[in-house]
Write a protein that binds this ligand. Structure first.
Ligand SMILES: Cc1ncc(C[n+]2csc(CCOP(=O)(O)OP(=O)(O)O)c2C)c(N)n1
Ligand SMILES: [Mg+2]
Length: 323
């Protein structure tokens, strides 16, 4: 175990925050109070947290349409995010972005992105900026299994290899692109091997195991920070909800999710690992973190519901950035 007890507690806290954020949103969305479209990240927490644990605010991530987990793992303020999703004036993006466009440049979070395969070119651009600044910072491109079929992603991977850009491509293979299974949609059936074809190291990890993701990320990070160029991590994972909120999920077996909640729950697996290793975190410590997180999410929802909507006078501002 290379992480201190304090950092392990932070890891568990981040994964639990993501889970409760999403589980609570699932309930709140059903009330009809939240505008827009939402894609929940529950089930994939170990990927976001395993990847972001060793990143600083000066390292960048480019996210996807399923971005809440990436934001939380990168340190975005949970209340600011909740307000953003509720479309409130003091949300992280003034309530104008919503679930699919949360960004926080101060935290190196370049934005969720409704364009599948839109993140990798941005992440490569950010990586080139890191390379030019020469401070050893890196950039991460998150994408789903569906994104690996996009031309933008191919071009981004090739350019990263050619320029030895300090970027890590993280493909979260949750088995589906919308309602289409990965076995049907990905010709080679092997995303990591496809990345390797571009000339970079690529490994496949168990995305429900924080420690496996973290170890792979350490290898990729060392390489990128040392000027060795890009790497790919394919994390095998699952989503506990539908593609979007409201998806009836008729393309999944009846008991598929229930079974995966039993066998692929990264929080349960983290707890089991602590128990098997005899610590360093006890069950009581983890329970205390759970209680803190529940209170934090509850407060975030209350604050979001009470916050003002943007005034009409702000309707046409922030359309273009002001430098
Ligand atoms: C360029 C583009 N094509 C199609 C879509 C419609 N779309 C939105 S999400 C999605 C599936 C993405 O699947 P995947 O990359 O596996 O991510 P997941 O939803 O599983 O997290 C698609 C096809 C889009 N948003 N952008
Ligand atoms: Mg997918």
């Amino acid at each position: 175990m290379t992480l201190s007890p304090e950092r392990l507690a932070q890891v568990y806290r981040s994964m639990k925050l993501i889970r409760e954020f999403e589980e609570r949103l699932h309930t709140e969305i059903a009330t009809g109070e939240i505008p827009g479209f939402t894609h929940l990240y529950s089930g994939q927490e170990a990927v976001a947290v395993g990847v972001c644990e060793a990143l600083s605010d000066a390292d960048y991530i480019a996210s996807t349409h399923r971005g809440h987990g990436h934001c939380i793992a990168k340190g975005c303020d949970v209340t600011g995010m909740m307000k953003e999703i509720y479309g409130r004036a003091d949300g992280l993006c003034k309530g104008k972005g919503g679930s699919m466009h949360i960004a926080d440049f101060g935290k190196g979070m370049l934005g969720a992105n409704a364009i599948v395969g839109g993140g990798p070119p941005l992440a490569v651009g950010a990586a080139i900026a890191c390379q030019l600044r020469g401070a050893g910072n890196v950039s991460v491109a998150f994408g789903g299994d569906g994104s690996c079929n996009q031309g933008t992603v191919f071009e981004a991977m090739n350019l990263a290899v050619v320029l030895k850009a300090p970027v890590i491509f993280v493909f979260e293979n949750n088995g589906y692109s919308e309602h289409t299974g990965v076995d049907y949609a990905v010709g080679s059936k092997d995303i990591a091997a496809r990345s390797a074809g571009f000339g970079m190291p690529a490994e496949k990890v168990d995305g429900s195991d924080f420690f496996a993701v973290h170890a792979a990320m350490q290898r990729a990070l060392q390489r990128a920070r040392a000027g060795g160029g890009p790497s790919t991590i394919e994390a095998l994972t699952t989503r506990f909800f539908g593609h979007f909120e409201g998806d009836p999920q008729r393309y999944r077996a009846k008991d598929e999710v229930a079974q995966q909640r039993r066998s692929m729950d990264c929080l349960a697996r983290f707890r089991a690992r602590m128990e098997a290793d005899g610590g360093p975190l006890t069950a009581a410590q983890l329970d205390a973190i759970d209680a803190e997180v529940m209170a934090e999410i509850d407060a975030a929802v209350k604050a979001a519901k009470a916050a003002p909507l943007p005034p009409e006078s702000e309707l046409t501002t922030d359309v273009y950035i002001n430098y």
